[in-house]
Ligand binder design. Sequence first.
Ligand SMILES: NC(=O)c1ccc[n+]([C@@H]2O[C@H](COP(=O)([O-])OP(=O)(O)OC[C@H]3O[C@@H](n4cnc5c(N)ncnc54)[C@H](O)[C@@H]3O)[C@@H](O)[C@H]2O)c1
Length: 172
Amino acid sequence: MVLNDKVIAVTGGARGLGYAMALRLGKQGARMALLDMSAEALDQAVSQLSAEGVDAQAFVVNVAEEASVTQAFADIAQRMGPVSGCVNNAGITQDALLVKAKEGQVEKRMSLEAWQNVINVNLTGVFLCGREAATQMIEAGHEGVIVNISSISRAGNRGKVTTQPLKRACMR
Ligand SMILES: NC(=O)c1ccc[n+]([C@@H]2O[C@H](COP(=O)([O-])OP(=O)(O)OC[C@H]3O[C@@H](n4cnc5c(N)ncnc54)[C@H](O)[C@@H]3O)[C@@H](O)[C@H]2O)c1
């Protein structure tokens, strides 16, 4: 896909892998929409990208909340135009054993809250952002790509009950 002037959204784009992907795609001519939770972190990331010659704009969002995602993608369409790409990169880990036991005694159980937090971001977030991105591509009548970031530990990892298996499920 030729990236020149294509609008590409990256969730969790204010730092880490999301920022690195925004830099790479932006350097290839894409116009980057960075989505993340902190306005301050986003502003810093946009400044750094601008200094690198990348056209980027910031959108505050919680990918786990439907109204927040709907608003953010509407703002992207209004300020930048409909997206041609969406990288679902935002993710959290709250690593825990399902049940921690020692010598036949249960010491700790993973909380429902931790489980739900991870589902909300790593699963529901991918669904919500993917749905908004696909809607914009269809309504604009142009091609597009949605990339969901998982992990090499997608097949399961000791002590990680939720995170990576969920992401893997979401990619199917
Ligand atoms: N770094 C690694 O070694 C590694 C390995 C395997 C998988 N991954 C996956 O790659 C992705 C990026 O990893 P990273 O190391 O750059 O992570 P990171 O924690 O450095 O950055 C994640 C970004 O997502 C944002 N974010 C978190 N919850 C959000 C929400 N509800 N709404 C909007 N933004 C939210 C955070 O604010 C942060 O800026 C994650 O999904 C992670 O699980 C990373």
